[in-house]
Each structure stands twice: as structure tokens, then as C-alpha cells.
Design a protein around this ligand. Structure first.
Ligand code: ADP
Ligand code: ZN
Length: 294
């Protein structure tokens, strides 16, 4: 059995099990202070200590994923108050003496979708989450992409037409990056109402689809993914999918003559098959991978 911890900026989800059909226990709690969150996660796992073989953690970032670094296993320079340099892997290793797999929340979700969901059998694909922020994870040639640090796809810069959209964006670092223009809070500030309250015919949605399509298109241009998975609270608006697909096609302007985009785009830009459990199941998949790597 494995433990998975999805350490989110708004909530943590912890689970014990071995896959989507074999979850023994789940606990969710709001993200308060680092001490409290780590303690609650450990207390939840404690009764299962004898049965667990490894632990996986998918965390909001930025995180240090370099095992050779002094701050490995920590959340590093987050703007979230009180959370800078929060140790995650260390306290879990100390508490349980088990291998701990560690990655970003979006890479974890990507791994979960690869293991059990919409990316099974693929080698290269991208996973975006559109919620309080926007994150992007990727598997490239069968391995989760880390590189220098880890991808920060939410902060790719996008063109904005001020005549169509005078709102400059909410990212405290870049204003009008993808996250700044298209995350849930950006929609709320631009339209003066939470995204989930806007009707399907509201002008917010074509604009949202436009920005998300630009983000998807950039990821397609850079990584040549075999599929793009879009999850997170905002993507619960299912009518966004056909709009994004149409916009990606139109932005590509017939440049890529591939069946994935010309014929089967409904299977190319898709929601996560594991739905809102992609993150925590991905953390379980990280645990499994950590055990194999040991
Ligand atoms: P988190 O980012 O904390 O993981 P979510 O993915 O639910 O959580 O993102 C929260 C953001 O998504 C909020 O800005 C909220 O307004 C928006 N949101 C949540 N649910 C919906 C929905 N059904 N439709 C549109 N927007 C939503
Ligand atoms: Zn940004």
C-alpha cells in the first residue's frame, strides 16, 4: 500500500491505497500553516504505518526537486505567506522511514493520468490545471520533465489585445502571463463575479478559451505533446473544451497537418479521466515510482 499527499495552496488531500479502485482512506483539510498541515498528514498516515511501502507528495511550488541540493524536498520561494522553505520530504522520511517520491502537484497529476487515466500508453504529454493559479506539468519521452527546476507553464507570457481585454492580469510577478490572465481569480477580478457564477453565454468564456488556447498552442509548439489534458476548477465548465479546441485549430492556421488536430482533436485536448482525484492519485503513483527506484 502507498500513501499519496496532494499538497495544494488551498487544500491538502491525503490518501492511502494502491490505485483508483483501491483507496482505503482519504482526508482533506484546508492549507493553514506548514506545521499544522505536515502534522495532520503524518497523523492521518500513522495508523497505516505498518502497511505502507512508500509515500508520494505532489506539491504547489516552486519546489526543490534536485536530490543533491540542500533544500531538496522543500517548497522554496513561494509568495504564500509563511510557506517559504517548508520542508515536506524530510519530516515524512523521519516519521515513517520510507522512500518518499516528490514532485510538483501538476507533474504528480500528469503521472496519475499516465498510470490510470487519459494519458495511458503515451510518452509525451502535457497536463494543465486551471484553478486558483495555472500550473503545467509534462511527461517527455516517458519521464516527468524537471530540467533546471521544473516547468512553470502558468507563467508563459501571452499577447493581450487591450481593445478586447483592458484587464492587465493578476500575476504579482508578470501581470499578464497565462496565469495572470486566465486563472480563476483573474476571471473574478475582470468580470466582478466568481467564474462558477458566470452563465455559459457570458463574454468571459470566449476570452478565457482564447487565452487557454494560446497556452495550449505554445505547449504544443514547444513539446509536441501527444495529448493535452486540462483540469482544475475552471475546466469544470465543459463548454470550454469545444471552444478551446476550435481556437487552437484556428490559431494553428492549418500549419500542422496531423490527424490529432485535424480529425481527432476531441481526443487530443481532453479533461483528466481521474477528474479531481488526479492529484492525489498521482501522488500515489509517485510513491510507487519511488519504491521502484529505490
Ligand atoms: P485549487 O486551485 O485550490 O486547487 P480549484 O481548482 O477549484 O482549486 O480552483 C479554484 C478557482 O477555480 C476559483 O477561482 C474558482 O472561482 C474557480 N472555479 C472552481 N470551480 C469552478 C467551476 N465549477 N466553474 C468555474 N470556475 C470554477
Ligand atoms: Zn506570472
Amino acid at each position: 500500500m502507498f500513501a499519496g499527499i496532494e499538497a495544494g495552496g488551498t487544500k491538502w488531500v491525503c490518501a492511502v491505497g494502491s490505485g483508483p479502485e483501491e483507496i482505503q482512506a482519504v482526508e482533506r483539510f484546508p492549507t493553514t500553516t506548514p506545521e499544522e498541515a505536515v502534522e495532520r498528514a503524518i497523523a492521518f498516515l500513522r495508523p497505516f504505518a505498518g502497511e505502507l511501502r512508500a509515500i508520494g507528495v505532489g506539491s504547489f511550488g516552486p519546489v526543490d526537486l534536485d536530490p543533491a541540493s540542500a533544500t531538496y524536498g522543500q517548497i522554496t520561494t513561494t509568495p504564500k505567506p509563511g510557506w517559504r522553505y517548508t520542508k515536506l520530504v524530510g519530516p515524512l522520511r523521519e516519521a515513517f522511514g520510507l522512500p518518499v517520491g516528490f514532485d510538483t502537484d501538476v507533474n504528480a497529476a500528469a503521472l496519475g493520468e499516465h498510470r490510470w487515466g487519459a494519458a495511458q500508453g503515451l510518452e509525451t504529454f502535457v497536463y494543465f490545471t486551471v484553478g486558483t493559479g495555472i500550473g503545467g506539468g509534462a511527461m517527455v519521452n516517458g519521464r516527468l520533465l524537471h530540467g533546471m527546476l521544473h516547468p512553470e507553464m502558468g507563467h508563459m507570457m501571452l499577447p493581450r489585445d487591450p481593445a478586447r481585454d483592458p484587464f492587465e492580469g493578476v500575476c504579482p510577478f508578470h501581470r499578464g502571463c497565462l496565469e495572470g490572465l486566465a486563472c480563476g481569480p483573474a476571471m473574478e477580478r475582470r468580470w466582478g463575479a466568481r467564474a462558477e457564477t458566470l452563465g455559459a453565454d457570458h463574454a468571459a468564456w470566449p476570452l478565457e478559451a482564447h487565452y487557454l488556447a494560446l497556452g495550449v498552442l505554445n505547449s504544443v509548439s514547444i513539446l509536441s505533446p501527444q495529448r493535452v489534458i486540462l483540469g482544475g476548477g475552471v475546466m469544470q465548465q465543459e463548454h470550454l473544451f469545444p471552444m478551446i479546441r476550435a481556437e487552437v485549430r484556428s490559431l494553428l492556421a492549418d500549419y500542422l497537418q496531423v490527424p490529432e488536430i485535424l480529425v481527432e482533436i476531441d481526443r487530443y485536448i481532453v479533461p483528466p479521466a481521474l477528474k479531481d482525484r488526479a492529484g492525489v492519485l498521482g501522488a500515489i503513483a509517485l510513491a510507487e515510482a519511488a519504491l521502484i527506484a529505490k
